[in-house]
Write a protein that binds this ligand. Sequence first.
Ligand code: NAD
Length: 285
Amino acid sequence: MGATIIDGRAIAARLRARVAERVSALPYKPGLAVVLVGEDPASAIYVRNKDRAATQTGISAQTIRLGPNTPEADLLREVARLNADPAVDAILVQLPLPGQIRARTILEAIDPAKDVDGFHPLNVGRLADGLPTVAPCTPRGVMKLLGACGIDPAGKRALVVGRSAIVGKPTGALLLAADATVTIAHSHTRDLPAECQRAEILIAAVGRAGLIRGDWLSPGVAVIDVGINRLPDGRLAGDVDFDGAAKVAGWITPVPGGVGPMTIACLLENTVDLAEQRRGRSRSL
Ligand code: NAD
């Protein structure tokens, strides 16, 4: 028996279409501002894709490009300008930032009401408390993939491998809010195979190709692979050994074509949520 392959591209396309419908019903264009500092090629591609997807959805997107030697004070001034701009509903500062800029200082300077990535400590705290908030885009995408497959985390043993502030921890918080029994594994976890064996839902967010093997998994587990790793031959691979895992799992996401497309679709949805909330046509986040 083989796993059902979760088609992240198709699920993301449906979500983008729903967001576009919401945008077209609004009397204004939600505004998204993306700030790119420096010339990291991967970041430049992400930012271009975000800009294009936002524009196609009817969102008014602007990308602000700053040089690699931009002082922290200049970036703070740019963030303050965007905070004060009434046409901007959502602000995203693309990470990583060059070494002279403290990412934490910048993230804390973004108006929490415009914090489309959900990285401001206020929004991190609200998420940890189980309060309504804008959830970081990739974890939100993970939850939507589970939902699209009809997988209800309530009562299930969910394992998140990786504890980063961007993916692992917020994914754990969302699973907990959805009533899963959550374990978070990380680089100090003593027996990762045993933790994987117990999981009914497994989220991999490490950044090591093929770390999680098929023979570590229980039959029927839902596997969401967030990892994006470049193999020596140039191909992309996830953190899970896809071929081995697909023989055992109930559901599995491919890399590419799984979580990646959901991240951008959720960025668009977060932008519209923030716009509606800020401009007074609030819906529950
Ligand atoms: P990170 O480096 O910040 O965190 C990695 C985590 O993995 C750490 O918490 C670490 O403790 C844990 N880890 C390392 N080795 C481990 C091991 N042997 N066993 C268990 N845990 C271990 O990375 P990140 O930003 O969370 O990203 C993780 C992966 O997800 C990367 O491949 C990244 O490219 C990918 N990613 C994908 C998307 C997307 O849209 N699909 C978005 C963000 C990140």
